[in-house]
Design a protein around this ligand. Structure first.
Ligand SMILES: NC(=O)c1ccc[n+]([C@@H]2O[C@H](COP(=O)([O-])OP(=O)(O)OC[C@H]3O[C@@H](n4cnc5c(N)ncnc54)[C@H](OP(=O)(O)O)[C@@H]3O)[C@@H](O)[C@H]2O)c1
Length: 306
């Protein structure tokens, strides 16, 4: 595994982490502790120390499964979670951003994760009006002062939200999480340069374009009815899958696993600290960790030097 410093937070994270939206049950599969324990054990065995979860992957369900199965010592892990969405049922959530909501959600996260602090608490993809909710960032700063949160971040909703990224320093956020992958390069124009200017850590989410960049799906593929890719991602899906086929044929070297290639592709950008691919089983964790072997410059940017 390679490690980098998560921008000005100073946290030392593995360049490949584990995304855990999948544990909430919206990816065509219901997860139990028996499913999650081997995933996290594989992560630890590969040297992965970074887990991204959220309050709304199930109603704190992903966090509960992590809390119940986290291997080794709590201090060995960097746990990132979020505030701002209230889960009601699969594919149904609301935005909740009042200071009281943040504090209630954070307490729920700490209980579920069986910990007294999270390493990174991220604003969960709110629009610019939600971002400006009176007292919200002050409440987050208070939670930090109380030791319940080590660092704050913003998981921006729109890939090109330079306004919120530029405002990171003023709201006390040290990390940006953003959709970035070979098919979705919008952050390169403004978001990633802003992160470099402010020395923000960057977590590249959806680095496999929801699994499409694994290369295993063809145009016309139909996902399970309870898979988010069937519920929320039908529009334009075939065009993306056709583009994946073109990339596989023209950019991925022969014999190289396309998923690992796609993760290493994200890690090449000097602003990107780590990728957080969602993993459905231990084999995917191991395959994703292997991407570090394809990363040509693991410590290329000075702010990443460990
Ligand atoms: N607003 C937000 O803050 C937000 C939004 C989205 C995601 N996230 C975070 O970012 C994480 C990653 O995004 P994501 O999970 O949406 O998308 P992703 O990482 O691009 O894709 C994940 C999917 O790719 C497939 N996959 C993973 N590893 C693979 C491998 N080695 N080989 C082949 N297929 C593989 C799996 O699905 P199949 O095997 O079924 O194809 C998996 O469910 C999430 O888990 C979550 O933690 C945050």
């Amino acid at each position: 595994m390679n490690y980098r410093i998560l921008g000005r937070s100073g946290l030392r994270v593995s360049t490949v982490g584990v995304g855990t939206w999948q544990f909430g049950g919206e990816w065509g599969r219901v997860y139990t502790t028996a499913d999650v324990a081997p995933i996290l054990a594989a992560a630890r065995d590969c040297g992965i120390n970074l887990i991204d979860t959220a309050e709304c992957y199930g109603d704190h369900l992903s966090e509960e499964l992590i809390g119940a199965t986290l291997p080794g010592a709590r201090a060995d892990w960097i746990i990132a979670t979020k505030w701002g969405h209230k889960f009601h049922a699969c594919f149904r959530r609301d935005h909740v951003c009042r200071p009281a909501d943040l504090l209630e959600q954070l307490e729920g996260s700490l209980r579920a994760l069986r910990t007294d602090h999270v390493d990174l608490l991220q604003f969960h993809s709110g629009d610019n009006a939600a971002f400006a909710t009176e007292g919200m960032w002050e409440a987050a700063a208070l939670a930090r002062k109380q030791g319940k949160v080590r660092f704050l971040g913003n998981s921006i909703g729109a890939n090109d939200n330079v306004f919120q990224t530029d405002a990171s320093t003023s709201v006390g956020a040290d990390v940006i999480q953003v959709v970035y992958n070979r098919l979705q390069r919008e952050p390169e124009a403004g978001v990633l340069p802003s992160c470099l200017r402010q020395n923000l850590g960057v977590l590249a989410r959806v680095p496999l374009a929801s699994g499409f960049l694994s290369g295993k799906y063809r145009p016309g593929h139909v996902f399970a009815a309870d898979d988010v890719r069937e519920v929320w991602m039908k529009n334009g899906r075939d065009a993306l899958l056709a583009e994946v086929g073109r990339i596989a044929a023209t950019e991925v070297p022969a014999g190289v696993d396309m998923a690992a290639w796609a993760l290493a592709w994200c890690l090449r950008h000097p602003a990107v600290t780590a990728v957080i691919p969602g993993c459905k089983d231990a084999a995917q964790v191991r395959a994703n960790a292997a991407a570090v072997a394809l990363d040509p410059a693991p410590h290329a940017h000075p702010q990443h030097t460990v």
